[in-house]
Design a protein around this ligand. Structure first.
Ligand code: NDP
Ligand code: 8X3
Length: 247
């Protein structure tokens, strides 16, 4: 199951796992994109895809969706908690409080609501693998990153907490922390400003959604007794949240 499969990293993960023969649950808010992806994947690969449209911020919608999940779809081996966003990149005193709430509600609360709905299915089977999408922004705080960074620091903490608490149930928990990945992320962050979005990737070759999907796939293919706990991945021209070797 992949949240945020309508674009970027989530969509790349859907394609990667579909090509390997996994049946998929894909989620997002944009129903048209989900339906198109479902059709394409089912046509290209011998798999079944279930698309679920909901806003991860809506606790009741998440609960209702998964309480109605048919039993044959409840055997979820892998949950990729990927849905997320940055909204704005403003200094603390200028930042918009609605942006802050959207980021916390999506990146933190949304991830918690979805996980709380899926974990019981994994506990029942005494296995499962949860991949939580963090960021280098959850490892270092950068200028004007304030609440986006805070939301990803929270994901980092939740990832570690889940791994401890779910240990007794045999559930693997992996945090993936990418640097710059070229997706719709920057366009969303800058609220449709294409110039600002494009400038985000000026002077270096960023990661692609496929790079992250390949990495996640690798983490899920290890033997049962092996779990990658935490993985920071950047493009070669990025060292961490601050330092780039731009040409
Ligand atoms: P995209 O904007 O391309 O994709 C974001 C996905 O999240 C979309 O499918 C979107 O679907 C979904 N989403 C956002 N808000 C909600 C919501 N409220 N409810 C349901 N789904 C939602 O960005 P990326 O692929 O880059 O981002 C994926 C994850 O990776 C995010 O958590 C992001 O923070 C993280 N990340 C991204 C990096 C980057 O540089 N791109 C680097 C490090 C981490 P829809 O709009 O259809 O609902
Ligand atoms: C996205 C990467 O550096 O824009 O999480 O915060 S960054």
């Amino acid at each position: 199951m992949i949240t945020g499969a309508t674009s970027g990293i989530g969509e790349a993960c859907a394609k990667k796992f579909a090509a390997a023969g996994y049946h998929l649950i894909i989620t997002g808010r944009r129903a048209d994109r989900l339906e198109k992806l479902k059709m394409n994947l089912e046509n290209e690969f011998a798999i079944e895809v279930r698309s679920l449209v909901f806003d991860v911020q809506d606790r009741n919608a998440v609960g209702n969706t998964f309480s109605k999940l048919p039993v044959e779809w409840q055997s979820i081996d892998i949950l990729i908690n990927n849905a997320g966003l940055a909204s704005g990149k403003d200094s603390f005193e200028d930042a918009n409080m609605d942006d802050w709430e959207t980021m916390l509600n999506t990146n933190v609360h949304g991830l918690l609501y979805v996980s709380k709905a899926i974990v019981p299915f994994m506990i029942a089977r005494k296995k499962g693998h949860i991949i939580n999408m963090g960021s280098v922004a959850g490892k270092d705080v950068y200028e004007n990153g304030n609440v986006y960074c805070a939301s990803k620091f929270a994901v980092d903490a939740i990832n570690r907490a889940m791994r401890i608490d779910l240990l007794k149930h045999g559930i693997k928990v992996t945090g993936i922390h990418p640097g710059a990945v070229e997706t719709e992320f920057a366009l969303v962050r800058f609220k449709g400003d294409e110039k600002k979005a494009a400038a985000t990737y000026n002077g270096f070759t960023p990661l692609s959604g496929n790079d992250i999907a390949d990495t996640i796939f690798y983490c899920t293919q290890l033997p049962d007794h092996v779990c990658i706990n935490d993985l920071v991945i950047t493009c070669t021209q990025q060292a961490d949240a601050f330092y780039f070797n731009k040409q």
